[in-house]
Write a protein that binds this ligand. Structure first.
Ligand code: HEM
Ligand code: HEM
Length: 214
């Protein structure tokens, strides 16, 4: 009875307002549900999605690293001359953009909300993916630092400004070149593994891993 009494005023108020107003109220409440449903869906999607800043950094670094690797290995085959010098300067300039962005990317990695673990993948596999990502960060740091430090007497950034480097040509810059070559080879290997893992998850496991980064 109490329940019935509690419902009375609502029923009465509905009957007091006109049919049009009642429909508007119902549509309004539907909209509210739809809005909540949309918000929940968005929140669900956000939990499986890297945020915009992380995606921006990921794709800028992916493009820069793939370009610098291809150009770096092509340079190793090219004979000396103006084309080689031009390509070499272009390569160093592109890599310098990554040097400027790298600390921001690392900072963002620490403060951002990580997406939840990929569904249908074992904890061990998720932990492995996480470790490979960290190793990629460390290797990118080694490549950028050794590349910068090994260049004797500075270089021109896109022909706009002279960038000064700390060392003159000598045994130290030669050793740094060895480190640069080794870290570039490691990075290339890790990136190939990384891309193969993404392709495998996307095409074989079909867990739409790529959407997390798009
Ligand atoms: C076309 C090439 C590439 C594709 C298709 C690709 C795709 C992806 C995808 C789908 C993820 C999310 C993985 C997950 O949620 O478990 C991811 C994460 C990641 N990728 Fe790539 N990637 C590419 C190239 C690269 C390159 C060149 C690097 C080297 C820096 C890289 C470094 C990373 C890192 C470190 C992560 C972890 C998320 C982060 O901290 O940014 N990726 N990638
Ligand atoms: C995105 C990061 C970088 C990648 C992926 C990369 C990649 C490479 C590769 C694959 C080589 C050829 C190595 C070999 O002969 O075995 C190379 C050479 C070289 N790199 Fe890098 N590098 C990067 C960053 C840098 C930076 C920051 C600098 C300096 C500012 C630099 C300067 C050079 C130089 C001077 C060479 C020797 C070839 C030449 O005359 O240009 N690299 N790099």
């Amino acid at each position: 009875m109490n329940v019935h009494m509690n419902q009375m005023p609502q029923t009465a108020s509905h009957s007091r307002i006109g049919t049009g107003e009642a429909q508007a109220a119902i549509i309004q409440s539907d909209c509210l549900d739809e809005r909540i449903a949309r918000q929940l869906m968005k929140r669900g999607r956000d939990l499986d999605h890297y945020d915009g800043v992380a995606r921006f950094f990921h794709w800028v670094f992916a493009a820069g690293i793939i370009y610098a690797s291809v150009a770096g290995y092509a340079l190793a085959e090219l004979p000396g001359g103006p084309e080689r010098d031009f390509l070499s300067r272009l390569n160093m300039s592109v890599a310098t953009v990554l040097i400027a962005l790298f600390p921001l990317r690392v900072w963002w990695k620490f403060v951002r909300n990580e997406p939840r673990a990929l569904a249908g993948v074992s904890d061990a596999q998720n932990a492995l993916a996480h470790r490979v990502h960290i190793l990629i960060y460390v290797t990118v740091f080694a490549v950028l630092a050794s590349g910068f430090l090994m260049v004797p007497n500075g270089y021109s950034f896109f022909g706009l400004v002279e960038i000064h480097t700390p060392f003159v040509k000598g045994a130290l810059t030669d050793e740094l070149f060895v480190i640069h070559r080794a870290s570039c080879a490691l990075l290339a290997g890790l990136v190939v593994l990384h891309v193969l893992a993404v392709v495998k998850h996307q095409l074989i496991n079909r867990n739409n891993v790529l959407r997390r980064m798009l």
